[in-house]
Write a protein that binds this ligand. Structure first.
Ligand SMILES: NC(=O)c1ccc[n+]([C@@H]2O[C@H](COP(=O)([O-])OP(=O)(O)OC[C@H]3O[C@@H](n4cnc5c(N)ncnc54)[C@H](O)[C@@H]3O)[C@@H](O)[C@H]2O)c1
Length: 319
C-alpha cells in the first residue's frame, strides 16, 4: 500500500485524489491546500486536509507527493520531497522553463528520489497503440498534423494569466501535452520554427523537424470561430491514422486500435488519468521510475522554450 499526499486541490488536484481513490493499492493519506475553500471541498469529499506541506508530511508519513499546484510552486515541492526522501509526481508542465526543470531533475537525482511528470495522454490505450505501431516499425510515419482548438475565450485559473507564474500561456500549459506526444511517438525534434500571438498565446503554430525526416505541423489556438476539438493525423506509408480527441477514428486496413478505455471517463480530465495513476502507484510501490520521468517532462518543457524562442527571433531554432 503506498500512501499519497495530494498537494493542491484545485481542478487538477481533485482529479488526482479521485483517481488515486480508485486505485486499490493506493491510499490518499491527505490533501494539502493553502486556501480554506479548497480544504473545505476536499474535506467534504472525505479527505484529511492540511494547510501546510511540511506539517502534513510529518503527520501523514506519505510515500509520495502528487503535485497539482501553479507552475511557480512545482520546484518547491521537489525540494521538499528530496529533503524527506519522497517520490514526487508533478503535473505538466514540469516547470516554467528548461532551467527550472533541469534543477528539479538534478535535485531529485542527487537525493535519490523518483521524479515523475503527469503526462496523462501517454496513458490512453489508443495513443499507446499508435506509439507501439511506430516503435515496432509497422507504421512508417512521414508527417504529422496536430490541430488543437480550445474553447474561446479560455477559462483558466487567475494564476495562469500571469506569465511569470505560469511560465507562458496556452502553449506552455496545453501545447506541452502534444509536444510530449510527438517526442514519445517519433523522437526528440531536431529543429523548429514557430509563431505565437495573443496575450495568452491565442494562436500558436509551428513546423517541427523530427528525426528521420518526419515533419510535424502543430497549431494550438483559442479562436472562437474555429470551435473546439483536437485532431491529429499521422500520414504514413501504410495509410493515415486519424485521432479525434484521444480516440483513433481512422487507421490503415488491418490496424485495429484497442477498444477505448471505459474506466475513469467520468473524471474531469478523462480516463488517461486513472490509468496513469495505476501505473504511478505501482512504480511507487516497487520504487521504480514513474511512467513518465522527470527528464522526459524536461524534454517537453525544452520544446516549449524553443517554440517561444523561435517566435521571438522569427527563425528556425535547433535543439
Ligand atoms: N494533466 C491535465 O490534464 C491537467 C489539467 C488541468 C491542470 N493541469 C495542471 O495542474 C496544475 C494545477 O492546475 P489547476 O488547473 O488545478 O490549478 P488550480 O488553480 O485550479 O489549483 C491549484 C490549487 O493549488 C492551491 N495552492 C496554491 N498555492 C498553494 C500552496 N503554497 N500550498 C498548497 N496549495 C496551494 C490553490 O489554492 C488551488 O486550490 C498545473 O500544473 C496545471 O498545468 C493539468
Amino acid at each position: 500500500m503506498s500512501r499519497w499526499l495530494i498537494v493542491g486541490y484545485g481542478r487538477a488536484g481533485e482529479v488526482h485524489a479521485a483517481a488515486l481513490s480508485r486505485v486499490p493499492s493506493a491510499v490518499v493519506a491527505g490533501v494539502v491546500d493553502s486556501v480554506p475553500e479548497a480544504r473545505e471541498k476536499a474535506s467534504a469529499a472525505g479527505y484529511a486536509v492540511h494547510s501546510d506541506l511540511e506539517a502534513a508530511i510529518e503527520r501523514t508519513r506519505p510515500d509520495a507527493l502528487s503535485v497539482a499546484l501553479p507552475h511557480d510552486l512545482h520546484e518547491w515541492t521537489v525540494d521538499v520531497a528530496a529533503a524527506h526522501g519522497l517520490a514526487v509526481l508533478v503535473e505538466k508542465p514540469l516547470a516554467r522553463d528548461a532551467e527550472e526543470a533541469e534543477r528539479m531533475v538534478s535535485t531529485a537525482r542527487a537525493a535519490g528520489v523518483e521524479l515523475g511528470c503527469l503526462m496523462n495522454y501517454r496513458a490512453y490505450a489508443q495513443l499507446r497503440w499508435v506509439r507501439d505501431l511506430i516503435a515496432g516499425g509497422t507504421l512508417r510515419v512521414r508527417s504529422v498534423t496536430v490541430e488543437v482548438n480550445l474553447p474561446a475565450p479560455v477559462q483558466v485559473p487567475g494564476w495562469q494569466t500571469d506569465r511569470a507564474r505560469a511560465g507562458g500561456g496556452l502553449l506552455r500549459t496545453v501545447g506541452v501535452h502534444y509536444l510530449d506526444l510527438l517526442v514519445w511517438w517519433l523522437g526528440v525534434p531536431e529543429r523548429l520554427v514557430g509563431q505565437v500571438t495573443g496575450p495568452n498565446d491565442e494562436v500558436a503554430t509551428a513546423l517541427i523537424a523530427l528525426p528521420g525526416d518526419v515533419s510535424a505541423a502543430v497549431s494550438v489556438a483559442a479562436v472562437a470561430a474555429r470551435g473546439a476539438g483536437v485532431r491529429m493525423t499521422l500520414f504514413a506509408d501504410q495509410g493515415n491514422v486519424v485521432i479525434d480527441g484521444s480516440r483513433v477514428v481512422s487507421s490503415p486496413e488491418g490496424m485495429i486500435p484497442p477498444a477505448p478505455e471505459a474506466d475513469g471517463v467520468d473524471l474531469l480530465y478523462g480516463s488517461g488519468h486513472l490509468e496513469y495513476f495505476r501505473a504511478a502507484d505501482r512504480a511507487v510501490g516497487l520504487r521504480e521510475p514513474f511512467p513518465v520521468r522527470g527528464d522526459e517532462g524536461l524534454d517537453a518543457v525544452r520544446l516549449v522554450d524553443l517554440w517561444y524562442a523561435s517566435a521571438r527571433t522569427g527563425g528556425w531554432v535547433r535543439l
